[in-house]
Each structure stands twice: as C-alpha cells, then as structure tokens.
Design a protein around this ligand. Structure first.
Ligand code: TMP
Ligand code: ASP
Length: 252
C-alpha cells in the first residue's frame, strides 16, 4: 500500500515538474534530465542528470534537516528521480551565497575567479525569467514587498547557516563549495522552509585535489562552458557525498 496517490501536474519548470498528490500536505517533484543555461538560451537533455540531482538534493536536505534546518523535503519517491516535499508558496527570490568569486560576480566586478570572499557575499536576485532574474538592491527588494524586513533578515541568516553546514560537509569529501543558490518558501502556516533543490545545477563545486581551473569543475559550469563530462561530474559529487552521508529514506 502506498501512502499517497499521484495527482495532476501542478507546475513545470526548466529542471523539474511538480505534481499534486491526493494529500494536501504532500506534493511530488520529478527531476528532469533537461539542462538549461543563460535563461534557457542554451538547452540540452543529459540522460541521468535528473536522477543524480534528485539523489544529491535528497541527501543534502536530509543532512540539513538533521542539523535543525527546516526544509520542504519529506523523502525520496519510489522512482530514483522523484521526491516528496511539503507544498510551499515559493518566494520569487534566488538567494546566492558566494565563498569565492566566480561566474556573474567576475563578469560584473573586478574580482579574479577564485578570490576568497570573507565574509561570504549574500546576493538576492528577483526570480522572474521575463526580467532575466536581476540582482536586487535593498531598496528594490523593499519596493517589491516580497518579504518583510524581518523575513529578509531571517532568509539571509538561514542561507548563511546552510552555507556553513554545506561548506563543512563538502570539505569533508574534498570538494570546495564556491557558491550556491537556494530558494525558500512559506507553508500555509507561515513557516519558512528551504525549498527547490540543492545540486550541482545550483552550486559551484571544485575538486580540491585538482589544480587545473577547468578540470576541477564538478558542476553545471561544465555545461555552461561546454566542457563535457557533465553527468560524470555530477556522479562524482554523489559518490563523494555517499561516503559522508547515509542513504536517503524512501517516503512511505
Ligand atoms: P552566478 O555566478 O551565475 O550568479 O551564479 C551563482 C550561483 O547560483 C551558482 O552556484 C549557480 C547558481 N545559479 C542557479 O542555481 N540558477 C541560476 O539561474 C543562476 C544564474 C545561477
Ligand atoms: N537556470 C538558468 C537557466 O535557465 C541558468 C543557469 O543556471 O545558468 O537557463
């Protein structure tokens, strides 16, 4: 007997589909093999990516939940690219924490790639493809009224805690967490939860044992920069995390 029945498709994003279930406190997330970059100007299907991102996200959400960080994650599905989560109203913000300079920061400021950022930078972007996910100023964030000033502080504090814990975990398996993006949501009861996914699609991860600036990349930059070996790199990330974390549980 299963604990729920799958319902209709609620939402399809670039990398995931969200399905209803017959329970109001549970939705099912299907991770797709689709990869996009540069606001979907670049697209591909990478067989195996969905499963790897689902397994990596499950493992990271369970790790964070074990440390008292509230997440939407409830457990893995029966299929390897599905997970069950609590339904939340996702706040249209991309919260980025940067430990080292990379990516857009190096294009926008005179900071060479790899420059340490201490304390880490916390950048908020408005999540809306139609506007190209622009970087927000505090004044623009206030104007949009997406969150209250108290929630703004709560969000940054949560993102910094996630950074401290993930950095420690990745470091223990020889990976450098360069930067990452998270999304958050509110439950019906107003609880703030970590939502979406945490995977090599949404993090920059460098192999600490590799000096070469391209060979060390184990994340979506391999796709963005046409370096090849994307799925192999994601597989390497999962394998390393499995050395440090227990097998995620299947939701029943
Ligand atoms: P950026 O350097 O392109 O601003 O990216 C910062 C981090 O956010 C990096 O780890 C990749 C992640 N990210 C996403 O998850 N989704 C996105 O749409 C973008 C642009 C970045
Ligand atoms: N999520 C972005 C896109 O859609 C890109 C990125 O991760 O670079 O295309």
């Amino acid at each position: 007997m299963t604990a729920f029945q799958l319902g209709p498709l609620l939402h399809e994003g670039k990398a995931k589909r969200v399905h209803a279930t017959d329970r109001s406190d549970l939705v099912a997330v299907e991770y797709k093999d689709d990869a996009t970059a540069f606001n979907a100007l670049k697209k591909a299907s990478l067989p195996g990516k969905g499963t790897l991102n689902c397994q990596i996200s499950a493992l990271l959400f369970e790790h964070l939940a074990g440390l008292g960080i509230p997440t939407h994650y409830m457990g893995l599905g029966e299929s390897a690219n599905w997970m069950l989560v609590r339904p939340v109203r996702v706040i249209p913000l991309e919260v980025v924490i940067r430990n080292l300079a990379a990516g857009s920061l190096c294009r926008e400021l005179p900071l060479p790639p790899g420059t340490p950022l201490d304390p880490p930078l916390c950048d908020l972007y408005y999540k809306d493809d139609a506007y190209g996910d622009p970087l927000l100023t505090e004044a623009r964030l206030e104007r949009l009224q997406l969150v209250t000033p108290e929630q703004r502080l709560q969000i940054e504090a949560l993102a910094r805690r996630v950074n401290d814990e993930l950095r420690r975990l990745f470091d223990s398996v020889g990976l450098l967490l360069v930067d990452f993006k998270i999304e958050l949501g509110f439950t019906g009861a107003g609880e703030l939860l970590l939502a979406d996914e945490i995977s090599p699609d949404t993090c920059r991860l460098w192999d600490q044992a590799v000096a070469d600036s391209q060979d060390r990349i184990l994340d979506k930059d391999r796709f963005r920069q046409d370096l090849g070996g994307v799925v192999e790199a994601y597989g390497q990330v999962l394998k390393r995390l499995q050395q440090a974390c227990p097998e995620p549980t299947v939701y029943r």
